[in-house]
Design a protein around this ligand. Structure first.
Ligand SMILES: Nc1ncnc2c1ncn2[C@@H]1O[C@H](COP(=O)(O)OP(=O)(O)OP(=O)(O)O)[C@@H](O)[C@H]1O
Length: 722
C-alpha cells in the first residue's frame, strides 16, 4: 500500500526534489495498488521523464514536483508561483496528486542515465530468453524522440541498446552463437511503411500460428555488429514521416517501431542444444495530445485524419492496457481488444503476456501543458497495474544425455563455488563472534548508549554498505571501459602496422562514441558516489566521536562494535573486487580467443598464398624460411623473433595499464577505531584501518587487552544493535 512512509528514500544530490506536502490531498492509485507491491517481478515498468522547460515555457508555473527518484506530485499546492498572476482561469485549487512509479527522472537526467536505469536490464533479459518492449509515450514535444532516438550529441536509448547488445554478445563463450536482425517501420494513418526499404507500398499484417502477427514483405536485415545495427537505425530514421505541428516543429506524426530479433543457439560439439528466439520492440509513439490542440491553426483534412488515427491507436493502446490491468486484478479470461488498431495488433505479443515492457512517459513541467501532463501521468499510472507471468522463449533442440550431464556439471561447479563462499562468510562471522569483550566495560552503560543510537547507526551503516558497493561497482565499470580502450589501442596499433593499403580503417567512430558517453556517465556517477561515501563516513565519524565522548576513552565494547562494522564493509568490498577480477579476466580471455580466431583465419590465407607462390616458383629461400618459422611459432613448436616483435616492443600499451584495470582503489574510508586482530596464538595485532588518512588525527594506540578475555557469548547475548 502506498503511504507517507513509503516515499522516504535516499535523495540524489543532482536532483531538485520537492518536499512531500505535510498532508497529501490525494494519492493517485488504482484498485490494483495492493498487488503492485506484493507480487513477484513485474513485467511492466513505468518511468516518467520530465523534460527541461522550453524557451516558451520559462515564465509559466511548474506543475510537476519531484518528491524523490520514484515519485512526484502533480500540481502541488503552496507553490510560490501560484499567485493570482499565474493561476489558470477556472482552476480553483491545485490538484495536488501524488504519483509513484518505478522511476522518475528530472530535467537534468541524461539519456544514458535513463538507459542505465530503465532499459539496460532489458538487453540482458532479451539474451536470457524474454521478449521485451520499450515505448515512449507522451504528448507532442514532451521528449519521446529525444529519449528514444536522441538528438545531436546525445544518443537515445535505441542507440545504447544496439551497442550494448553487441558488447554483451562479444563477451559470450564460443559455444553460444547469436544471430541478430532488425526491422524498422512506421505506422502512419493506420498503414505500415517499411523504413528500411522505403516505398509508397503499405504492408499487411497477418496472424501467425504462434498467436502473434507477421508483417508481410517487411525487410528484416541481418546485422553482424553494432555499427551495422546503428546504420540500419539511422537509415530508417531518415525516412520517418515528419510534419510540423503547432506544438513541435519536428513532430513525428507516426508511431516508429524498431525491432531487434535475436536467435541464440547454444551448441555443444556441433550439435544444437537450445535454440531461443526473442524480439525487442523499441517504439517511439506519436504525440498523445488531442488533435484539436495540436492542429488548432493549420487545419487540413490530411492533418485531421492523421490526428484522428493517432488518437485511435493510442486509445486502442490505452484500452488494451486497461483490459490487461483489469485482467491482472480480477484474474480469469478477459478479452483484450488488440485487434482494434494496427499498433495494438503488432504489439499484441509485446504487451503484457510473455514480455517485459518498459513505458517511458515523457512530460513537460509547465502549466502550459497542464491537461496533457495530467492525462499522461494518469495513463502511465494505469499501465503500472499490468503484471502477468513471464515465460522464457526457448526450446530444446535434440538435447543429448552428454550435454545434459555437462549442464549438470556446470551447475555442480557453481554450487561448490557458492558453498565455498558461504563457508568463508560463516568463518568470518564466527571470528567476529569470538572476539573477546572487555570485562571492565560490561556494566552495560556502553551498550545502553549504543542502543540509544540504534536507529541512526543502523541507517548510517547500511547506507555505507550500499554506497561502497555502488562506488566499487561503478569503478569496476570504469575499469572495464578502460580495458576496452586498451583492446582498441592494441588492435589499431597492430592493424596499422600490418594492413594492406586498401583495407578500410578499423576506426569505428560509433563504438568509440558509445564508449566515450559511457565513460563520461560512469565518471559523473563515480564522483557523485564518492561524495556521498565521504559524507556518510564523516557522519559516522562524528557519531562515533559523540558516542565516545559519553563513555570512557578506551571502551572495548564500543571498539568491538565499530571494528565489526568496518570489517563487514571490508568483506563486502572484497566480494565486489573478486567479482571485478573474474569479469576482467574473462574479458581478456574472450578477447584473446577472438584474436586467435582471427590469427587462425589469417594463417589459412597465408597458407593459400604460400602454395600459390610456390606453384608459380616465385618464392625466395628467405621468404620460405620465414613462412615456416611463422607456422612453427603459430603451432607453438618454435620460438622465433618476428620482425613485428620489434614493433610490439614499441606498443604504447604496457603491463601497468592492465594492472591498473585490475585494481579497484576507490575505498578511502578512515575509521576512527583502529582494527584489532588476533593472531593464531591469541596475540593481539593492532592495525590502523584507514587507507588514506584524512585530516582527523590518528587514534592513539590501544592498551593491550586483559589476559583472559570474556567469552564472546555474553557480548552477543546482550548486544542488540546490528
Ligand atoms: N530531456 C530533454 N533535454 C533537452 N531537450 C529536450 C529534452 N526532451 C525534449 N527536448 C527538446 O524538446 C523538443 C521536442 O522534443 P521531441 O521531438 O523529442 O518531442 P516528441 O515528444 O518526440 O514530439 P513528437 O511527438 O511531436 O515527435 C526538441 O527540441 C528536443 O530537443
Amino acid at each position: 500500500m502506498m503511504n507517507r512512509g513509503s516515499i522516504k528514500r535516499p535523495l540524489s544530490d543532482s536532483t531538485n526534489f520537492h518536499e512531500p506536502p505535510a498532508k497529501l490531498k490525494s494519492v493517485v492509485r488504482d484498485d490494483d495498488d495492493d498487488y503492485d507491491d506484493d507480487v513477484g517481478p513485474k513485467n511492466i515498468q513505468v518511468y516518467i521523464r520530465v523534460r527541461p522547460e522550453s524557451a516558451k515555457e520559462l515564465n509559466s508555473r511548474k506543475v510537476v514536483a519531484l518528491v524523490d527518484d520514484q515519485s512526484l506530485i502533480f500540481d502541488p499546492p503552496n507553490d510560490p508561483y501560484q499567485s493570482k498572476k499565474y493561476k489558470e482561469i477556472g482552476k480553483k485549487s491545485s490538484k495536488d496528486l501524488f504519483f509513484s512509479f518505478d522511476g522518475v527522472f528530472d530535467e537534468h537526467t541524461t539519456n544514458i542515465q535513463i538507459y542505465e536505469r530503465a532499459v539496460k536490464s532489458f538487453v540482458q533479459s532479451l539474451l536470457d530468453g524474454f521478449n521485451c518492449t520499450i515505448f515512449a509515450y507522451g504528448p507532442t514535444g514532451s521528449g519521446k524522440t529525444y529519449t528514444m532516438l536522441g538528438y545531436n550529441g546525445e544518443p537515445g536509448v535505441m542507440f545504447y541498446t544496439a551497442m550494448e547488445l553487441f558488447h554483451i554478445i562479444e563477451t559470450k563463450p564460443s559455444e553460444e552463437k547469436f544471430e541478430v536482425s532488425a526491422s524498422y517501420f512506421e505506422i502512419y494513418n493506420e498503414k505500415i511503411y517499411d523504413l528500411l526499404t522505403p516505398s509508397s507500398q503499405t504492408l499487411k499484417v497477418v496472424d501467425n500460428m504462434g498467436g502473434g502477427v507477421n508483417i508481410l514483405g517487411l525487410t528484416v536485415k541481418p546485422v553482424r555488429n553494432a555499427d551495422e545495427l546503428i546504420e540500419t537505425l539511422e537509415t530508417g530514421n531518415q525516412y520517418r514521416a515528419q510534419q510540423a505541428t503547432d506544438a513541435n516543429q519536428t513532430s513525428s506524426r507516426s508511431h516508429a517501431v524498431f525491432q531487434l530479433f535475436l536467435r541464440k543457439k547454444k551448441c555443444s560439439k556441433g550439435k544444437k542444444m537450445i535454440q531461443q528466439e526473442t524480439k525487442m520492440c523499441l517504439v517511439d509513439l506519436a504525440g498523445s495530445e488531442r488533435a484539436s490542440i495540436a492542429y488548432k491553426e493549420k487545419r487540413s483534412k490530411v492533418l485531421h485524419r492523421e490526428g484522428g488515427n493517432i488518437n485511435k491507436s493510442l486509445l486502442a493502446l490505452g484500452n488494451c492496457i486497461n483490459a490487461l490491468a483489469a485482467k491482472c486484478r480480477k484474474g480469469g479470461k478477459l478479452y483484450i481488444p488488440y485487434r482494434s488498431s494496427v499498433l495494438t495488433r503488432i504489439l499484441s505479443d509485446s504487451l503484457g503476456g510473455n514480455c517485459r515492457t518498459a513505458m517511458i512517459a515523457t512530460v513537460s513541467p509547465s502549466s502550459l501543458s497542464y491537461d496533457d501532463t495530467h492525462n499522461t501521468l494518469t495513463y502511465a499510472n494505469r499501465t503500472k497495474g499490468i503484471n502477468l507471468a513471464l515465460k522464457r522463449r526457448s526450446c530444446l533442440v535434440g538435447i543429448q544425455p552428454r550435454e545434459q550431464s555437462l549442464a549438470m556439471d556446470a551447475l555442480r561447479q557453481e554450487n561448490i563455488a557458492l558453498a565455498e563462499k558461504n563457508i568463508m562468510l560463516e568463518n568470518e562471522i564466527l571470528r567476529l563472534k569470538r572476539m573477546p569483550a572487555n570485562p571492565i566495560s560490561s556494566d552495560m552503560s556502553s551498550i545502553e548508549i549504543l542502543n540509544s543510537f540504534k536507529n541512526i547507526l543502523d541507517n548510517l551503516f547500511s547506507c555505507r554498505l550500499e554506497l561502497r558497493r555502488k562506488l566499487l561497482e561503478c569503478e569496476s565499470e570504469m575499469k572495464k571501459i578502460e580495458l576496452k580502450y586498451i583492446f582498441r589501442k592494441i588492435q589499431s596499433e597492430t592493424l596499422d602496422n600490418k594492413k594492406p593499403p586498401k583495407v578500410q580503417d578499423v576506426d569505428d567512430s560509433k563504438s568509440a562514441r558509445y564508449l566515450y558517453h559511457q565513460k563520461l556517465h560512469y565518471e559523473d556517477r563515480f564522483n557523485q558516489l564518492l561524495k556521498e561515501v565521504t559524507d556518510n563516513e564523516d557522519q559516522i565519524r562524528s557519531l562515533e566521536d559523540l558516542i565516545r565522548s559519553k563513555v570512557k576513552v578506551d571502551d572495548y565494547f564500543i571498539d568491538a562494535f565499530f571494528e565489526k562494522k568496518h570489517m563487514e564493509a571490508e568483506l563486502q568490498d572484497k566480494i565486489v573486487i573478486d567479482k571485478h577480477h573474474s569479469e576482467v579476466s574473462y574479458a581478456i580471455i574472450t578477447q584473446s580467443q577472438n584474436w586467435l580466431e582471427t590469427l587462425d583465419a589469417a594463417m589459412k590465407m597465408n597458407d593459400i598464398f604460400f602454395r600459390m607462390l610456390d606453384g608459380l616458383k616465385k618464392l625466395s629461400k628467405e621468404r620460405e624460411e620465414e613462412y615456416h618459422n611463422v607456422v612453427k611459432k603459430f603451432e607453438g613448436k618454435k620460438s622465433v623473433v618476428w620482425r613485428d616483435d620489434n614493433l610490439q616492443k614499441q606498443s604504447s600499451v604496457h603491463w601497468a595499464d592492465i594492472d591498473n584495470v585490475l585494481r579497484l582503489s576507490s575505498y578511502t574510508s578512515t575509521p576512527r577505531t583502529p582494527f584489532r586482530r588476533y593472531d593464531d596464538e591469541g596475540g593481539l595485532e593492532i592495525i590502523c584501518a584507514g587507507l588514506t588518512p584524512k585530516s582527523s588525527p590518528p587514534s592513539p594506540p590501544l592498551p593491550p587487552l586483559p589476559p583472559s578475555p570474556q567469552s564472546s557469548s555474553s557480548l552477543n547475548a546482550t548486544f542488540t544493535i546490528s
